[in-house]
Design a protein around this ligand. Structure first.
Ligand SMILES: Nc1ncnc2c1ncn2[C@@H]1O[C@H](COP(=O)(O)OP(=O)(O)OP(=O)(O)O)[C@@H](O)[C@H]1O
Length: 294
């Protein structure tokens, strides 16, 4: 059984003449224990997809299943980390109580809850911050608290929606490595949404590339990188450069088609590091020609 199974999912916002199709006919699976990143340009429906999988919003047609359950409410065994940590943490609760909060619904004994909170905070390097309030911590630390809260819950499936988009580059690199470490240690399934192409490749076992207008699956590719990754050496591997260039080219070509200008990317095109269509900022050497499936 796949941990996540999305079948022919369509999501429309609004009705009648004002209806807008955010996603059309999206199908994919995430295997148990896999880390799948979903990348695509702004407005391609990444957040919409994640909300449908999380059961926070109904699909217009098609299904999303998590651990075999149709996601028509937040499924058991699932946790979500959002981009906006400042809104997901309770400012009036100390860090330890924030992490403990979702555990109350699990019917655990107090000692077990305490142990889970302590271990989760330790695994994100915040063991000494349990008595602080979230607003006394930096943005990166607050996002680590949000991750600790998800970890303490011990979900089988973790959904992450652009969780590092609001932190500085160095903090982001640390949080990416934390995510990979947690994934390896826990064996949980992670669905990670990002608009950052480099991040999508660096983090994942497999990348699902979305297109816009309407949102749909453009292609997917396995990431052929070592399991143990390092921000400097991994990102300079020829295979990393090749795969991120390939993702960028797919997105660029699809954006050109969506904008009615034909396939904008050729084999010699420079490739943006970010999935938002715009001027190229990459120095990636000779990307490979786009192919249908990596
Ligand atoms: N509540 C809503 N009502 C109407 N349209 C919406 C709503 N939420 C999203 N949309 C539209 O659906 C499309 C997909 O939006 P969504 O936020 O899922 O994209 P995204 O890929 O996550 O974008 P970004 O990367 O900018 O966060 C967009 O065209 C957006 O305007």
């Amino acid at each position: 059984m796949s941990a996540v199974e999305v079948r022919d999912l369509t999501k429309e916002y609004g009705k009648g003449a004002s209806a807008q199709t955010a996603l059309r006919g999206v199908s994919f699976e995430v295997a148990e224990g896999e880390l799948l990143s979903v990348v695509g340009p702004s407005g391609c429906g990444k957040t919409t997809l994640l909300k449908c999988v999380a059961g926070l919003m109904p699909a217009t047609s098609g299904t999303a299943r998590v651990l075999g359950q149709v996601a028509d409410g937040v499924p058991d065994g699932l946790a979500v980390v959002f981009q906006d940590y400042s809104r997901s943490l309770f400012p009036w609760m100390r860090v330890g109580r924030n992490v403990d909060f979702p555990l109350r619904s699990l019917g655990l004994r107090t000692a077990e809850r305490r142990e889970r909170v302590a271990r989760a905070l330790e695994s994100v390097g915040l063991a000494d911050k349990a008595d602080r309030y979230p607003w006394q911590l930096s943005g990166g630390m607050q996002q680590r608290v949000a991750i600790a809260r998800a970890l303490a819950y011990r979900p089988r499936v973790l959904l992450m929606d652009e969780p590092f988009a609001s932190v500085d580059a160095q903090t982001r690199a640390g949080l990416e490595d934390l995510t990979r470490r947690v994934h390896q240690e826990s064996g949980m399934t992670i669905l990670f949404v990002t608009h950052d192409i480099d991040e999508s490749v660096y983090l994942a076992d497999r990348v699902l590339v979305l297109r816009r207008s309407p949102g749909g699956v453009l292609t997917e590719m396995d990431v052929e990188l070592p399991v143990v990754r390092d921000q400097i050496t991994t990102r300079s591997l020829p295979e990393f450069v090749r795969q991120r260039s390939l993702v960028a080219q797919h997105i660029r070509a699809a954006s050109g088609e969506a904008d009615g200008v034909g396939g904008a990317a050729g084999p010699d095109a420079n490739t943006p590091a970010d999935a938002r269509p715009g001027p190229s900022d990459s120095d990636a050497p000779s990307p490979q020609p786009a192919t249908a499936n990596g």
